[in-house]
Ligand binder design. Structure first.
Ligand code: NAP
Length: 305
């Protein structure tokens, strides 16, 4: 329980779950394992990131992923394609990356520009190199309890929850949001950790009451502060995945799906936005790349969770 203290249950403000500190510590372990991998195989784990178009936010994400890979001693291959690239040229690049022995992980930055078929691109990635964990085969492995590659954001959330709470067995969890990227794999991970899981979405009735029964709340909607502080069960642990830009006091600020100040008065521990889930997402991508590299080299994958 390194990243959060126990100060926060009823009466005292919730402990802050410090995603940056947790991600830094995980990064140190990944870097050590990447060095060990290079020593054994004669090459560093390799991550290929594909960016199509010039969306400024996507450019920032891709650059930061490449920087982090290099910082941790991995090889980074960045492929930037014009917005006008054809589906077949994009698929041909994926084919080359699948065949490239120096590439262990392939990440296609989403969303793709209109006109390109994202699902077809994801399905074209070798599931063993699908470090975003989005391929239906990896989703199926997760649902079946088999080892695969797990979507980065929910995997990071699970690590934060385990660090904060220890054993999750028997806890009531609610996941608000059911996307393939976050909500669905999050629910599967919590189920595998023996939680009793409720999945909520835009058609859910009585959301406040359902949230109010949960020991663990994972919010992944993308609606600024829609989960009110007074919905939170006293002593619950709150993981806020959502990110929305809102104007406050004349400045643009990043906020989560949860009313942080209100929830902090009731929860035992909570992730801030920014500085909670975000830093873990990039680090679990590095973690997945390390795991993929070991599996591809026929080495046992290190357990850094
Ligand atoms: P998404 O694909 O848009 O899914 C949003 C989900 O929220 C959908 O399942 C939707 O339900 C549900 N929803 C919408 N309105 C709702 C409401 N009023 N009550 C309950 N549920 C509602 O989004 P996503 O890709 O999962 O991302 C969710 C948020 O997490 C976004 O803010 C995104 O930026 C953020 N995110 C952050 C990170 C990070 O590293 N920090 C990583 C990934 C995503 P329906 O299915 O019924 O439409």
């Amino acid at each position: 329980m390194a990243a959060a203290t126990e100060a926060g249950s009823r009466g005292a403000d919730a402990a802050i779950i410090d995603g940056r500190a947790h991600a830094d510590a995980l990064g140190d372990r990944i870097a050590a394992q990447a060095r060990d991998f290079a020593g054994r195989t004669g090459r560093a784990p390799g991550l290929a990131v594909v960016l199509v178009g010039t969306d400024p936010a996507s450019e920032v994400y891709v650059r930061s992923k490449g920087r982090m890979a290099r910082k941790l001693g991995m090889e980074s291959f960045e492929h930037v394609l014009p917005e006008t690239v054809s589906q077949s040229d994009l698929m041909a690049l994926i084919g080359r990356l699948n065949a490239d022995e120096t590439v262990d992980g392939i990440l296609v930055q989403l969303p793709l520009p209109g006109g390109l078929d994202s699902l077809a691109v994801i399905e074209a990635i070798d599931p063993g190199k699908d470090v975003d964990g989005l391929h239906p085969i990896n989703a199926g492995y997760l649902a079946s309890g088999l080892p695969g590659l797990v979507s980065c954001t929910p995997y990071g959330c699970l690590m934060l929850l385990r660090d904060s709470l220890g054993d999750l067995s028997g806890l009531d969890a609610i996941v608000v949001g059911r996307s393939i990227l976050v909500g669905k794999p999050m629910a599967q991970l919590l189920l595998a950790a023996n939680c009793t899981v409720t999945m909520a979405h835009s058609r859910t009735k009585g959301l406040a009451a359902k949230v109010g029964q949960a020991d663990i709340v994972v919010a992944a909607v993308g609606a600024a502060e829609m989960i009110r502080g007074d919905w939170i069960k006293p002593g619950a642990t709150v993981i806020d995945v959502g990110t929305s830009r809102v104007e406050r006091d004349g400045r643009m600020r990043l906020v989560g799906d949860v009313d942080f100040a209100g929830a902090r008065r009731r929860a035992r521990a909570i992730t801030p936005v920014p500085g909670g889930v975000g830093p873990m997402t990039i680090m679990t991508l590095m973690h997945n790349t390390l795991i993929a590299a070991h599996r591809r080299a026929g080495l046992p994958a290190p357990d850094l969770g």
